[in-house]
Design a protein around this ligand. Structure first.
Ligand code: GAL
Length: 416
C-alpha cells in the first residue's frame, strides 16, 4: 500500500511540475472556525506551492446555509467561482442546472474509480461522470466528552439514552452544563438525526430520512425520538440559542460543559487547541448508535468557465485534493478521515481509527447511513423542510411530539 502511495505521489509531482500555466482559483467554502480554517489553509498552501493563486471565497456559517445562498446569486449572475464546496444530492441539483465542469479526464488519469469507496465515488458523479472531488469522510453520530467533568460528577460516559439522562442529571447537579449546544437549525437537526439513529436503528433511519416514508416519519419510533430530542434541551444552557457550533465545542474544551453531539469537525477544534484524544477529551459514538455511522462527505464541484486558465486551475485543484499528501494533511486537521481508502492512518489518532473501522464495518453491516442534517440524504428543499419542523418543535412549548411527527410528514410532502 505504501509503495502504491509513493507511486501516486511521484505521479502527482510529475503532473504538477509539467503543468504549463499557473492559474488563479477562486474557491467557495464555509470553513472559518479554528480547525476548519487550519485545514483549508493546507489546500491554499499546496496550490500556491505549485504557483497557482488562491482567491479565498469564505462565507461563514456552520453547515453552509449562508454559503449556498451566496453561491446561488453568483451563479445566477453568470459569475461562478472556480470551485465550490457542494456535497451529497445537491451535486445532482447543480448537475441538473448544467453548470458543472466534467472532471472525467483527470479522474481517469488518476484512477479515482479504484481509489474511492463506492459510496463516495457514486456521490461524486452526475450522469455517470465525475463532477466533484471528495476531500474527506466525516462521521456525524459522535459525542465529544470532557473526562474531567465526568469524573467530577462521578459518572461514566453513557452508551444508552437511559444512561445519558441519568448521567446528565448528576452532571447538572454538580454545577456543569451537561450538553453544549448551539440552537441553530442545522445543529438541532444534527442532534435530532443522531437520536433517531440511536432510537430507531439504521433501517428506520433510512426509511425516515432517505425513503421519506410517511409511515416512518409519523410512527411511534419517531415520536419517541422526538421526545428524547426535546428532553435533551433541559440539559443545555441559556446561552444555547443562536450559538455557533465551535463555541459549543469550546465549552467542552474549557470544562464548562460535559459533552457535545457533533460531527468530527469538532475534533478539529480540540486538535487546534492542542488537546489529545483519550486524555483531554473523549470521542464516543452517541448513545445507542454503536458502530452505526452517519456519513458526511465534503467535496468540491467545479463550474464550467471559459478560458484555458480556468480549466488548468480546476485540474490542479482536483489533482491536489485527491493527492494522498493532501488527504492526509487536511484530514489530520479537519477531524475527518481521508476519502481515499489507501491513505495510511498511521499518523491519525484513535478517534479517526475508530471512525475508519466503523466506516468499513457499517458499510458491510448495512448500518452506514447518509446524514440528513448535512445534506447527504435528500435534496436541499426536503432537508430545509425537516430542519423547519424539527427546530419549530424544539423551540416551542406547545407542540407535542405527536404533532411534530405529523408535521414532519406534511412538511416533507410539501417540499417534494
Ligand atoms: C458540515 C461540513 C463540515 C463542517 C461543518 C460545520 O456541513 O460538512 O465540513 O465544516 O459543516 O461547519
Amino acid at each position: 500500500m505504501n509503495a502504491y502511495r509513493i507511486t501516486l505521489g511521484a505521479a502527482l509531482a510529475a503532473t504538477l511540475s509539467c503543468s504549463a500555466t499557473a492559474a488563479e482559483v477562486e474557491v467557495l467554502h464555509w470553513w472559518t472556525s479554528g480547525g476548519e480554517a487550519k485545514s483549508v489553509a493546507e489546500l491554499k498552501k499546496m496550490m500556491e506551492a505549485q504557483g497557482d493563486t488562491w482567491k479565498d471565497f469564505a462565507v461563514a456559517g456552520g453547515g453552509g446555509e449562508s454559503a449556498m445562498t451566496v453561491l446561488k446569486s453568483r451563479v445566477v449572475s453568470g459569475n461562478p467561482p472556480t470551485a465550490a464546496q457542494i456535497k451529497g444530492p445537491s451535486i445532482q441539483e447543480w448537475g441538473d442546472e448544467g453548470v458543472l465542469a466534467n472532471l472525467d479526464t483527470v479522474a481517469e488519469a488518476n484512477n479515482w474509480d479504484e481509489l474511492l469507496p463506492e459510496v463516495v465515488a457514486e456521490a461524486m458523479k452526475y450522469d455517470e461522470q465525475y463532477v466533484a472531488v471528495p476531500v474527506n469522510v466525516h462521521r456525524v453520530n459522535w459525542m465529544w466528552a470532557n473526562p474531567s467533568v465526568f469524573e467530577q460528577a462521578g459518572v461514566e460516559i453513557p452508551t444508552t439514552w437511559d444512561e445519558f439522562f441519568a448521567a446528565a442529571d448528576k452532571i447538572k447537579a454538580a454545577g456543569f452544563v451537561p450538553v453544549a449546544h448551539g440552537g441553530q437549525p442545522w445543529q438541532d437537526a444534527t442532534t435530532f438525526e443522531t437520536v433517531v439513529l440511536g432510537v430507531g436503528g439504521a433501517d428506520f433511519y433510512r426509511q425516515a430520512f432517505v425513503d421519506l416514508d410517511p409511515a416512518a416519519l409519523n410512527s411511534p419510533t419517531m415520536v419517541q425520538s422526538l421526545e428524547i430530542f426535546k428532553r435533551i434541551k433541559d440539559y443545555t444552557d441559556e446561552g444555547a440559542p443562536g450559538r455557533d457550533w465551535n463555541l459549543a465545542t469550546a465549552m467542552v474544551i474549557n470544562g464548562k460543559a460535559a459533552m457535545q453531539f457533533m460531527g468530527d469537525w469538532a475534533k478539529g477544534e480540540f486538535a487546534a487547541a492542542g488537546l489529545t484524544p483519550g486524555k483531554d477529551y473523549v470521542c464516543a459514538p452517541a448513545p445507542a448508535t454503536g458502530e452505526a455511522f452517519t456519513f458526511n462527505i465534503d467535496s468540491f464541484v467545479m463550474f464550467q468557465l471559459s478560458g484555458d486558465e480556468a480549466g488548468e486551475g480546476q485540474q490542479h485543484l482536483a489533482t491536489t485534493i485527491m493527492s494522498p499528501e493532501f488527504q492526509e494533511l487536511f484530514n489530520l486537521n479537519k477531524g475527518s478521515i481521508p476519502a481515499r481508502l489507501d491513505v495510511s492512518l498511521e499518523k491519525f489518532d484513535d478517534c479517526a481509527k475508530t471512525s475508519n473501522e466503523d466506516f468499513v464495518a457499517s458499510a458491510e453491516g448495512a448500518t452506514l447511513v447518509p446524514s440528513m442534517a448535512h445534506g447527504m440524504s435528500t435534496f436541499s428543499s426536503v432537508q430545509g423542510a425537516i430542519y423547519d419542523a424539527v427546530t419549530q418543535y424544539y423551540n416551542a412549548s406547545d407542540i407535542s411530539a405527536e404533532d411534530a411527527a405529523k408535521s414532519l410528514v406534511s412538511s416533507v410532502q410539501a417540499a417534494q
